[in-house]
Structures are given as C-alpha cells and as structure tokens.
Design a protein around this ligand. Structure first.
Ligand SMILES: [Zn+2]
Length: 265
C-alpha cells in the first residue's frame, strides 16, 4: 500500500505522488472508490503509473473515465495501453479531439513534425464519450464542469472542480502558454478569450497539464494576455497573427512618397 499524497482533497497528481517527473501532469480525481484520470502521457510510463495507482488502493475496475485534455500525443499516447489495463474506463474528449484521433491525424497531434525528424507512434485511440462546454463529468458525488478553452488547439478542454481548474495547456506557472502553431490549429484571439475567462473566473487554483500547480493570479494572467495581444500584430507569429501594422504604414508611406531613410523609428 502506497500512501496517497493528495495535492488537494480528492485530487492526486501522479508526478507529485511519485516525487519525480514522468511527463505531462496526470491528475487522478476520486470519490470513494471511483476515480478518473485527466491525461496519461506517453505509453512507456503507463504500466508504472497504473501500478502506482493500484498500490494506492484504487480498484482498477473503478476507473470511470480517461479524460483527454486535448489530442496531443504527449498527453494521450498512453490511452491505448491504459484502456487495456482499465477496461471499464471510457475515453473522454472534445469532438475536435475525437475527430483528430479518429483520423489518426499525425500532424495536428504532434506525432509527426517532419521538419524536425520527429515521428512517434500514435496508437488507435477512440474517444467514446464526447464532451463540450457546459457538460458535467461525475465521479461519485464530485462534479467536474467542462470548459471549452480553444487557443492552443481547437479541442482544448479545461475542467472545473469547485475552486480548482484543471487548466490543460492554457497557462503554466511561468506565464507561458501552450505552443502557438498554425499547423496545430492555434488561434490567438481564441486563446485570449480563454485566458480572459480564466482570469475573470472565481477559481483559486490552476492545475496545468505541464509543470506545478499554482495559485491563480490575475496580474500574471493579464501579463500573458497582453503578450498574446501583441502577438496578434507581429510577423513573428506568421499566419497566427491577425495583421501586421508595418505593412499598412509602408503602404501609406509609399503612397505619400516618403523617403524611408527620413523616417525615425
Ligand atoms: Zn501539452
């Protein structure tokens, strides 16, 4: 029997429990003997994680849900193996994530990044229960409210449990956000809306999918929002930017016949 290290009442995070880093955050939420997991990480750590869970005295037959925060391979690759060990669990995710996994979309899930010679397995994963904004996942008497928080990717979910928000790849403790990448369906205006919603909510704690949990801090989130607001107008972000004011200035200067050497920047 392994002593349970509850990070919050009814919530265990597997890296925290093991006191070492496996990969992405893996949250176990339980009520009495029923439990669920949010994300699992890569396949090669699944057996060890599930053995730890068994040693913490959670009946493997009572895992109700395997929840995908989104369809990125570093979060969900292990669900295929986890389903073999936890046959009563239903795999849960947003319809957008379900479609990507159904199509075995290797680009949108980051299984394949050809320009960087990254190519890893994406085993068959079927999302059996599709959830969207406003749905509720019940685990015993606990209710997890589903938030659709697009930005990093279209199918990004977050889950609210009381004053906790399992916040996925929306925001990390250092103020970074999940990768902004056109090939991943990232959308900066959506991202800003999702972060604004989190900023204005009354949740007290954010439980991200990477790195440590942290207290929600409006000022810190505002800094991130301001940064992303700037990104919308920067060429650095390519087709994820909404405009590039420099080109408008250039056009005005061309039409006005201004010598660019005379412009102070
Ligand atoms: Zn991620």
């Amino acid at each position: 029997m392994l002593e349970r290290l509850e990070l919050f009442p009814q919530v265990i995070e597997i890296n925290h429990q093991a006191r070492r880093r496996f990969g992405c955050s893996v949250y176990l939420v339980f009520h009495k003997s029923d439990w669920l997991l949010i994300d699992i990480g890569y396949e090669d750590t699944v057996d060890e994680i599930i053995e730890m869970i068994r040693q913490m005295d959670f009946p493997l037959g009572n895992c109700r849900y395997l929840v995908a925060s989104h369809a990125d391979v570093d979060h969900i690759q292990g669900f295929h193996r986890a389903k073999q060990l936890l046959p009563n669990a239903q795999v849960v995710g947003h319809p957008e994530a379900a479609q990507l996994l159904k199509d075995n979309d290797r680009l949108m899930t980051y299984a394949e990044i050809p320009a960087q010679n990254i190519s890893i397995d994406l085993p068959e994963i079927i999302i059996e229960k599709k959830v969207k904004e406003g749905d509720v996942l019940e685990i015993g008497e606990l209710k997890l409210e589903v938030w659709h928080t697009p930005g990093h990717t279209h199918g990004q979910l977050a889950f609210r449990l009381g004053d906790l928000l399992f916040s996925g790849d929306n925001l990390f403790r250092d103020g970074c956000v999940g990768n902004i990448d056109a090939h991943h369906g990232s959308n900066i205006p959506d991202f800003i809306r999702s972060l604004t919603r989190i900023r204005d909510s009354d949740v007290a704690w954010l439980l991200p999918s990477h790195g440590p949990v942290f207290r929600k801090d409006k000022e810190m989130i505002q800094k991130t929002i301001d940064r992303l607001t700037g990104y919308q107008h920067m060429a650095d972000f390519g087709t994820c930017a909404v405009d590039w004011p420099l080109l408008d200035d250039w056009e005005d200067e061309l039409v006005a016949g201004i010598d660019p050497k005379s412009v102070t920047i």
